[in-house]
Design a protein. Structure first.
Length: 100
């Protein structure tokens, strides 16, 4: 029990030291894999598709808000909200990956 506690203390002390020195806890292998994925042409093609689909959903949202005045909405409020969350998460992933 005492041996386990000592190992845990050392482990967290080394993590604290890495953080205080400003070095990354993320491994260089992970950084290399993310960098390799970002440079792949499919990464750009995928997010170009996401931008295109987002533009379509934006148009549907506008059309739905106009049609709402005539009580024939194309998308319900929860569908619009869900699409906002999905696109937000996808764009956030892209941003973090590119800054990584």
């Amino acid at each position: 029990q005492a041996h386990q506690a000592e190992r845990t203390r050392r482990k967290f002390a080394s993590v604290r030291q890495k953080l205080s020195l400003g070095t990354s806890v993320v491994s260089t292998r992970t950084i290399h894999q993310v960098s390799k994925a970002i440079q792949h042409p499919l990464f750009d093609a995928f997010f170009a598709g996401v931008v295109f689909v987002n533009a379509i959903f934006t148009g549907l949202e506008v059309e739905s808000s106009i049609a709402h005045q005539h009580s024939r909405q194309l998308l319900s409020d929860w569908q619009i909200r869900l699409s906002h969350y999905i696109f937000f998460i996808l764009f956030l992933i892209e941003l973090i990956a590119r800054l990584f």
